[in-house]
Write a protein that binds this ligand. Structure first.
Ligand SMILES: Cc1cc2nc3c(=O)[nH]c(=O)nc-3n(C[C@H](O)[C@H](O)[C@H](O)COP(=O)(O)OP(=O)(O)OC[C@H]3O[C@@H](n4cnc5c(N)ncnc54)[C@H](O)[C@@H]3O)c2cc1C
Length: 380
């Protein structure tokens, strides 16, 4: 017998699981299909950093706030530990401090404050940090261990929300109401395709129209030093990179100075994010290389640029590298995310700005509500 569901989701990365959660909460019978036995894509290779401050002003910032709230609600239910909360951005250069001041004057400054080095030292251990001029503290963020969080979220969806899973099953074709898979046909009234950076299997013409390419990132894990890091850390390069800061006019002077002082890092898209895992090890990144098909090789000189950024801000945390890996995410110069009804009842949703952990839940809610309400209106 051909299995029949209200909703079929292709992809068990965070974007697919977010659609599955929204559909299950709407009382729909859901199946999630993925070619891998377990999530292996961008969603387990990232920092697990659910970031609000620094997201592009407007829609992305709002999506991130809602997504953070869903993580905070779901994590304890699904047995996902929140390893760190909040964010500290260190300003080493006066131009970086000026960007922070400008940020605080926008609506995005709510829940944030700028602290002197002395004031920050009263809140957290700053001994391992390099001298800095000021720090932006944001209360919005949280951090989970993605390689643990994704399987835990999938298990909770299956056991507590009644979502069915078809792992190790490739989706090879899609029509309205029907998927062809490597294990036979699946029928569903609504189909959501959340296939991440797979640019060739399903609707490649749609992906080409949205100018979707890949972004390759290099990541490192450093051994524990015995120091606890109260929050994730970012620094000057992040203020020139993350849209919520970088789009402010004050960021131009910072970028110019960084170009003179560390242009190689800017060219490689290197900036500092350092988050700490429960065992005290530090996940540090990252670099950005864009293209239709960036090669899969880890470049040691790129890792050195990332470590230079770490040593500039956090010399007391420099420790042996214990893991290196590469991640890829779907990226488009056109838009941070999109959803498109590619056939009646078939929606394709991609986050194309490298912020799926920080926006996925809100996007899933929005897309599923719009698609299922529309079809109910159509049936009325
Ligand atoms: C190194 C790195 C660091 C990052 N850091 C952060 C961060 O800290 N915060 C943040 O918000 N975001 C971060 N991101 C971005 C974030 O990880 C992505 O935006 C997000 O994971 C994308 O989720 P996804 O579900 O679309 O893709 P994926 O996780 O790649 O999942 C797509 C799934 O679809 C499946 N699939 C595709 N095609 C088919 C098919 N035909 N049949 C069956 N299955 C199929 C794949 O097997 C895969 O499991 C980072 C990304 C990387 C790579």
């Amino acid at each position: 017998m051909i299995p029949h569901y209200d909703v079929a989701v292709v992809g068990m990365g965070i974007v697919g699981l977010a659609h599955a959660l929204a559909a299950a909460r709407a009382g729909l019978k859901v199946v999630v299909i993925d070619r891998e036995p377990a999530a292996r894509g961008a969603s387990i290779r990232n920092f697990g950093f659910v970031t609000v401050s620094g997201q592009a002003r407007g829609e992305m910032w709002g999506l991130a706030r809602r997504t953070r709230d869903v993580w905070a609600e779901v994590a304890p239910q699904a047995g996902i530990a929140v390893d760190q909360a909040g964010l500290t951005v260190l300003a080493h250069r006066p131009e970086a401090e000026a960007v922070m001041q400008a940020f605080m004057e926008t609506e995005m400054g709510e829940g944030c404050e700028i602290l002197t080095p002395g004031a920050l030292a009263r809140r957290m251990d700053c001994e391992g940090l390099a001298p800095f001029r000021a720090a932006l503290r944001s209360d919005h963020e949280l951090r989970v261990e993605p390689r643990l969080a994704l399987p835990a979220l999938a298990a909770w969806l299956q056991q507590e929300q009644g979502v069915a899973f078809m792992p190790a099953t490739a989706v090879t074709g899609c029509e309205t109401g029907r998927l062809s898979t490597s294990r036979g046909e699946v029928r569903a009234e609504h189909i959501f395709i959340c296939s991440g950076d797979d640019l060739s299997s399903l609707f490649p013409d749609v992906l080409a129209r949205h100018e979707v390419q890949r972004c390759k990132l290099q990541m490192l894990r450093l051994a524990a030093t015995g120091r606890r890091l109260a929050t994730p850390i970012m620094a000057d390069l992040s203020l020139a990179r993350y849209e919520g800061y970088a789009a402010l006019p004050e960021a131009e002077a910072l970028t110019q100075r960084l170009r003179k002082e560390c242009g190689e890092r800017l060219d490689a898209g290197v900036h500092l994010i350092a988050v700490q895992s429960a065992d005290g090890s530090l996940v540090v990144g990252d670099s950005h290389e864009y293209g239709a098909s960036p090669d899969p090789f880890q470049r040691l000189e790129m890792d050195e640029l990332i470590l230079d950024a770490l040593r500039e801000s956090m010399p007391g945390y420099a420790a042996p590298v214990v893991e290196r890996w590469i991640g890829f995410y779907a990226w488009s110069p056109r838009e941070p995310w999109f959803t498109e009804e590619v056939l009646p009842g078939v929606h394709m949703t991609l986050v194309t700005c490298g912020a799926g952990m920080s926006s996925g839940f809100a996007i899933g809610e929005r897309v599923v509500a719009a698609a299922t309400n529309n079809s109910m209106k159509g049936a009325a």
